[in-house]
Design a protein around this ligand. Sequence first.
Ligand SMILES: [Zn+2]
Length: 478
Amino acid sequence: MSKKKRKALKDIFNGKKRDTLRNKSSSLSSDSFRYEQNHSNKRKKVRIRKRNDGLSRQLKRIKKQVKYNIGTFLQRIAGRENVSNKRDTRHINKNPNAVRRTKRVEPYERHSSYGGYRTSTVYTRRRIARRRRRTIVKIKRIFFIAFVFVTVFLFSFIAYYKPFKTTVVGDVTLRGDVTYKTQIIGVDTKNIKTGTNYAFNVQNVIEDHFNNKVIDNVDKSLITINVTSENLKNKVSVNKNVINIDDSVTSGSVLNMVVSYKKLSKSYSYTIKDNLSEEIDKNMIITNPNEYDAVVNKERHLSSSYKPSDLVKPNIDFMQSNESVMYLRKDAAKALEELCKDAQSSGYKFYGVSGFRSYSLQVDVYKDNIAQYGNEEDANFYSAKPGESEHQLGLSMDLSTKEVNYQLVESLGDTPAGKWLEENCYKYGFIIRFPKDKEKITGYSYEPWHIRYVGKDLAKIIHDNNLTLEEYFESDKY
Ligand SMILES: [Zn+2]
C-alpha cells in the first residue's frame, strides 16, 4: 500500500466528510460509484411511488367505506334495508353433484346469475325469505312515514292551539289564545211569520278555538232596528229589540233590515211566509181570512158569517147585470182594473163574470151545480161547496171574452187572450188559482178564467216556479 492510499484510509477512519471520501473514491473508481448512485435513486423512486400508491389505495378504501356507511345509514333510517346487498348466497347449490329433488326444472331456475342448478325448494325458500324481507321493509317504511306525520301534526297542533295556555272564565276553561268579541244574535230562520214577535240580541263572547263563553248580556235598549224595505216600513212594528210584522203583509214579501249596537251593525233579510197549520181552527175554519195570502180549499173553510169589509165594484165591463157578484176587495179591484186596461191595450178584452159571492149565494150556486151535474161528487169537482169557495174572500174574479161567448170554459186557456192572462196576471198580483195538471193538488178542475189576488210578491213566486198556492206553502224551498 502506497503512502497516499494509507493516508486516505486513515482519513476515513478519522471521520472525514463523506463527500470528500466520495470525491476521493470517485477519483478512485468513478464508474462503479456512478452506477451505485443511479441504482439507489431508482430504488428510492420506486419506494416512494409504492408508498404513494399505498396511500391512494388506502384513501380510496376509506372513501368507499365512508360512502357505504353513509348509504347504509340513510337506507336504514328510511326503513330501506339494503335488500340487494343482503342477497343471501348461502343457498347456492355448492355441490354440483347434488341430486335435484324435482325432475321438472323451470327455465328460470337454470342458468341463474349464480350459475349451476338450484332445487326448487331452495329457490322457494329464498323467494319467501326475500318476500318477507321486502314486506318488513314496506311495513317499516309505512311506520316511518306515519311517525313523521304524527310528529309534524303534534308539533303544529301544539304550536297553533297552544293547549297548555289556559284562561278560566267562570266554569269554562279556555285554551290557547282567546278572543273577545261582541256579536249580534239574529233570528235564525229563512222565513218569518206575520203577527209573531221576533227578538234580536247582542252578546259579549270570549272564545278559543273550540269553546265559547258568553260573559255578559248587553243593554238591550242600545239595540236599534232599521227596516230598509220601503214597502214594509209602516207594516213592521219595532219595539226596542223586538219586531212584529203586520198581518196584512203577504207571504213572499221580503223584509230587509239592519240591526245596530254601538258601532256594530248587521244586515238581515227574511221572507215573510205564514205557517198554514197555525191559521186554522179545530173546525177547519181559517183564522186569517182578511189576509191576501189566505188559503181556502176543501180542507180550509170560511165561516158562514165571513164577509170582507172593503168590497168595492171594480171599474171594468161585466158580461151580466147581477150587481151582487161584481164586487172585489179594494186592492184586488184596483189591480184588476189595471190588468183589464193593459190587456185591452194589448188587444184582449176581458169581461167580469163573477167576483165576491156571499156564503148564502154560494149555497144557491152549489145547489144549481148539483142539479146540473147530477151528483154531488161532480158538482164538487167543478164548483165549491159553501164556505169552501174563494169567491167569498172577495179576492177572486172569473173573467171571460167574446171569443168564447162570455162562457167560463176550459177553451179560454187556448185562446190568445187566455194565454196572455196566464202569462201576465202575476204582474198585477193575480194567479191562475186552478192550473192545468194540478187538479190533484187543488182539488178542482182546470179553470183558466178564475184569477185570485195574492199580492205581487207572492204572485211572482208562484208564477215563476209554476206552483199552486198550496204547493208554495207546503214547500220549504220558497
Ligand atoms: Zn171562480
